[in-house]
Design a protein around this ligand. Structure first.
Ligand code: GAR
Length: 193
């Protein structure tokens, strides 16, 4: 059974779906740690509901070079899952967890990625550019924003009259459907050591 850490700063709807999935489909992975930079984040309530330990990280410490590696090692984490985590991952973590950090992005990379591209910002740009489709990308994390190898993509149509809100809803549906299954696939297929 692989142990995953979820890094999340938002409402945590993906975190909830991952926990629901691992509870309903035990065997391949368990959520051993939830890491957040926002003490008020919805993920903390979800963590408490599921009895998952949490780690609250501080911006100053994080950017001064505290990479929280000891906390991750103590929890024996095999895979780090970024589910709405917006800070750049420090090099020390990338080096230690090379090919063992995955991220979900709410668009079809390589388009609409990079610094500042998160949440509704992404959907607004997709709409401004007149895209006919959008979707989700699940990828390995390397030292560049939204850049590592793509593991999985799923698509949805952008309809006439689509708003950032309606698109966000479609994207969240795709994320909730696919992210837990892809995490399971990664922990089963990857040689996570
Ligand atoms: C998700 O839509 C995820 O793709 C996005 O944050 C949202 C978190 O939602 N991540 C990014 O934009 C990263 N660039 P949640 O808190 O409801 O899981």
């Amino acid at each position: 059974m692989k142990k995953i850490a979820i890094f999340a700063s938002g409402t945590g709807s993906n975190t909830r779906k991952i926990l629901e999935y691992s509870t309903a489909n035990p065997g391949s992975f368990t959520v051993a740690l939830i890491v957040t930079n926002k003490p008020i984040a919805g993920v903390l309530d979800i963590a408490a509901e599921y009895g998952v330990p949490t780690c609250i990280i501080e911006k100053e410490e994080f950017f001064r070079g505290h990479h929280y590696l000891p906390e991750l090692k103590d929890a024996e984490i095999d895979l780090i899952v970024l589910a709405g985590f917006l800070w750049k991952i420090p090099q020390a973590l990338i080096d230690h967890y090379r090919n063992r950090i995955i991220n979900i992005h709410p668009a079809l990379l390589p388009k609409f990625g990079g610094k500042g591209m998160y949440g509704d910002h992404v959907h607004n740009v997709v709409l401004e550019e007149g895209e006919k489709e959008s979707g989700i990308t699940i990828h390995f994390v390397d030292e560049h924003y939204d850049h590592g190898d793509v593991i999985f993509q799923a698509r949805c149509e952008v309809m006439p009259g689509e708003t950032a809100e309606s698109l966000a809803q479609k994207i969240h549906q795709l994320e909730h459907e696919w992210f837990p299954k892809i995490i399971e696939k990664v922990v089963k297929e990857e040689k996570l050591h």
